[in-house]
Ligand binder design. Structure first.
Ligand code: SAM
Length: 385
């Protein structure tokens, strides 16, 4: 994460604009500031934490833009305005830090998929070798890559642009949450290659009962969820999970070569590890479900009351939770609450910004999944109390 440490800091007067970046406002808490920055349509926070005579200035994690260049440039501009004397800095854009031509999306349904689209999805594509191979060799398919690791998203976006692959859509979101937002009977293949095994925290695995249920709903008849792994534990876990279905068509292959080998695969092959494919084919049409809406707050709020009432809080419900973590304010004009909420094992991390008495999630829209809807109700009730 780009950041720098400075021993001089004169907070610049906001708002100001420079070099295509708008620095809009800042909110404070006893321990840190957030400054809201806008570049084109992308908004993100930079944070300032002060300790003794030093100030650490960096990108904020939840709102980190997919393009690191935006963060590096915003921090450079801010540092010069704040008359910082950098004791340490890693803000120099690397040679890869050119702007990406086609954006990385935060919303999979932004693409307006039609029923004639032939869709492949790859979850956790990492270096993107398999994803780009599929896109190049199947130009008629729309190949959607879902990743949470921003440097991988950025790297693959550059390769997509360089190869001119118009049929690749990259989405920056946790695939475990995203599955529920997709329309039913719409996808031909879902690839999950070499997922993180999470042997000690199995609840964090991409594959789960819930994921399989959603995958089967989303897949067309004859469509398949294809897991490839080197982990024997993950392999047996996936077989067990797939076989829990009433009607399961599961095929297993051992040490079967694909046309393209990923970085991870090359490593495991060098170590002579076994590689397993477990393929679950769908044979049923699911009840139609339109793409999910996103959640919004429709009412005006009294920020004074919220500021008075706020303390970190955890609400636990049946299968979901809401955690109000921190509060930052700009007088009583703007309130920023850092939250985590949603399904216990698939948390959303988001801010709630209340500006001019209207609340909104930031930086992303939040899908109205079952767990998110229940959490949103608690959040709205608490805000409105
Ligand atoms: C071990 S790497 C494998 C990468 C690639 N599939 C390959 O074979 O080289 C696992 C990838 O999954 C991504 N990942 C982990 N959890 C995810 C999630 N919930 N949604 C989307 N991607 C995820 C990680 O960021 C990482 O890039």
């Amino acid at each position: 994460m780009p950041n720098f440490i400075t021993d001089t800091f004169t907070p610049p007067l906001l708002p100001f604009s420079e070099g295509g970046y708008d620095f809009l406002w800042e909110v404070l808490s006893p321990t840190s500031h957030y400054v809201l920055v806008r570049k084109e349509k992308v908004e993100f926070f930079i944070t300032i934490k002060s300790k003794d005579n030093n100030h650490v200035i960096k990108g904020e994690k939840i709102s980190r833009p997919s393009q690191v260049l935006f963060l590096q440039q915003a921090l450079q501009i801010y540092a010069s305005r704040a008359k910082c004397n950098a004791l340490f800095s890693n803000l120099k854009p690397s040679k890869n830090s050119r702007k990406i031509k086609n954006s990385i999306s935060k919303d999979i349904n932004e693409q307006n998929h039609t029923s004639s689209d032939e869709i492949y999805i790859e979850i956790g594509f990492g270096s993107g070798r398999h994803l780009l191979y599929q896109a190049k060799n199947n130009p008629q398919k729309k190949v959607i890559g879902i990743e949470i690791h921003k440097p991988s998203l950025e790297q693959v976006a550059r390769q997509r642009d360089a190869l001119g692959l118009e049929n690749v859509v990259l989405v920056d979101y946790d695939s475990r949450i995203l599955m529920e937002s997709l329309p039913s009977n719409s996808v031909e293949k879902i690839f999950v290659h070499f997922p993180v095994p999470w042997d000690k925290k199995p609840h964090r695995r991409v594959i789960s009962d819930y994921f399989v249920e959603e995958a089967l709903r989303v897949l067309k008849i004859g469509g398949a969820l294809e897991l490839r792994t080197d982990s024997e534990l993950y392999f047996t876990y996936a077989v067990d999970t797939f076989l829990k279905n009433e009607k399961a068509d599961v095929r297993i292959f051992k040490n079967f070569d694909l046309e393209i080998s990923s970085k991870y695969e090359d490593r495991w092959k060098r170590l002579e590890k076994n590689i397993y494919d477990v393929i679950l084919r769908n044979h049923q049409t699911s009840v139609e479900q339109e793409p999910l809406n996103t959640l919004h707050f429709d009412f005006y709020l009294n920020t004074d009351k919220i500021i008075d009432r706020f303390s970190p809080k955890l609400f636990k419900g049946e299968g979901f939770f809401v955690h109000f973590e921190t509060l930052h304010t700009k007088g009583n004009e703007v309130v920023v609450i850092k939250t985590a909420f949603g399904a216990n094992e698939r948390a959303e991390h988001s801010f709630i910004i209340i500006d001019k008495n209207k609340a909104a999630y930031f930086p992303n829209n939040i899908y109205a999944t079952k767990a998110n809807k229940m959490a949103h109700k608690i959040i709205a009730e608490w805000l409105y109390e």
